[in-house]
Write a new protein. Sequence first.
Length: 114
Amino acid sequence: VQLQACGGGVVQPGESLRLSCAASGSSFSINSMGWSRQAPGKQRELVASITNGSNTIYADSVKGRFTSSRDSAKNTEYLQMNSLKPEDTAVYYCYARTYGSVYWGHGTVVTVSS
């Protein structure tokens, strides 16, 4: 499974961004996808995940602001990020989980600054 993430950028507090993560290769074996992030000097943390059945899990820090969705036909996962805060600044990594492995995409940088 190969993952290609994009959509990061620089925004002001309160603005929105949408990240996308396109899966290729053995994407049929994926049973869930998600996003983690790593801020400078901090450990990587789970942000959101979504299963094949569209069940979602969110970190408490992003609940009500971030929404994860999947387009199965395009093998693509999206992370809609609204009401962004400076503390959301991080490198965001998408991942895909199969029954045996976890695959990671390259990070995309999100910077929230006034």
